[in-house]
Design a protein around this ligand. Structure first.
Ligand SMILES: [Zn+2]
Ligand SMILES: [Zn+2]
Length: 341
């Protein structure tokens, strides 16, 4: 089979590999759709010791496919089933898993290999973090389960509710997904981005009101003006930039919740006004990754039609064009690229 193999930073190769055969508890999928992710771009640039501890590894982690072969002992899955597989599986036994926070598992098993014709899913993933798809959910949409599950976890952390003002800072694919999930909960959504081709695409999706941060002298003042001077009940950073994390705090209302969703570079820090934090009872929360529950809920949201993320796909390409797709992403000329082997 053809596969795009990551050998280290800057080194992605098209290779011919044997079609995997499933070991005990494993499942082999024919990949029907894969999606590019901002994480891929970062990983290709500088590696990712957590998600890709060993190289070479087949690259890519957002996928949907059809079961072609099953190992011994697999229950509840049959050849021909269409599945979404998450890109990680928690151990189920550590303190975080026992406490019901498997996204913080001390032994999270990461799985890569979406940019190939086939993938063998390890037994732990098959047992804990795959979801069977109904006939009406196309693979190209189902492949959004992983990033959508991350957005769901963050929205869940903030307890976003109907009628709240929700501000999302950042108009990348995850900013869009956060906005879509908040809108599905009947919140009023304000999406802050920077003018340009990508922002125009996002504005056309009509998820919420849009503010151009580049064209506004004071984004926080603009957010406050649009929320009767209060600020957002919930603000999300989806940029991973410390100065925007601070804006997310500045733009939140009294009693509000800030969710730091975008990961910043190592060693960075932010300054917080202690007076506001105390007297205004601000809640500052991190949100990381997803859980088997949010993966399942993400599939449910797409199957019910409550979230239809298709508009975030700006390009479609073949497997051999993954390097071109990632180059487009890194130049800010694509939101997500759909890869079909
Ligand atoms: Zn991703
Ligand atoms: Zn664990």
């Amino acid at each position: 089979m053809r596969a795009m193999v990551f050998h280290g930073p800057g080194d992605l190769r098209a290779e011919e590999l044997p079609v995997p055969t499933p070991g005990a508890g494993e499942v082999v999928l024919r990949i029907d759709a894969a999606l590019t992710c901002g994480t891929d771009v970062k990983t290709l640039r500088r590696g990712h010791p957590v998600m890709i501890p060993r190289v070479p590894t087949v690259f890519g982690h957002e996928l949907a496919g059809t079961v072609t072969a099953l190992g011994r002992g697999v229950r509840g899955i049959r050849a021909g089933d269409r599945l979404v597989a998450a890109n990680s599986a928690p151990c189920g036994e550590c303190a975080a898993c026992v406490a019901g926070r498997p996204n913080l598992c001390e032994d999270l098993l990461f799985v890569n290999g979406a940019y190939a014709e086939y993938i063998a899913l390890p037994a732990r993933l098959v047992a804990r973090n795959v979801v069977r798809l109904g006939p009406d959910l196309p693979a190209s949409r189902a492949a959004f389960a992983e990033p959508l599950a991350c957005a769901l976890l963050a929205v869940e952390r903030a307890r976003v509710d109907a009628g709240q003002s929700v501000v999302v800072l950042g108009h990348g694919p995850l900013g869009c997904l956060l906005a879509m999930v908040a809108a599905a909960r009947k919140a009023r959504v304000i999406l802050v981005g920077k003018a340009g081709w990508r922002f125009d695409r996002v504005a056309a999706l009509d998820i919420g009101e849009c503010i151009d941060a580049a064209g506004s002298p004071d984004v926080v003042a603009e957010i406050r003006a649009r929320t009767a001077g209060r600020g957002g009940d919930v603000t999300f950073d989806a940029t991973g930039r410390p100065e925007v994390w601070e804006q997310a705090v500045d733009a939140v209302a009294r009693g509000g919740t800030v969710v730091f969703f975008g990961g910043c570079a190592p060693g960075t820090s932010i300054t917080v006004d202690t007076r506001r934090l105390h007297y205004e009872e601000l809640a500052l929360l991190g949100a990381f990754h997803h859980t088997p529950d949010t993966i399942r809920q993400a599939v449910d949201l797409m199957e019910s039609g409550a979230v239809v993320p298709d508009g975030i796909v700006t390009h479609r390409m073949a497997l051999g064009q993954v390097p071109d797709a990632l180059a487009l992403m890194s130049r800010g000329e694509a939101l997500k690229v759909l890869i079909t082997p």
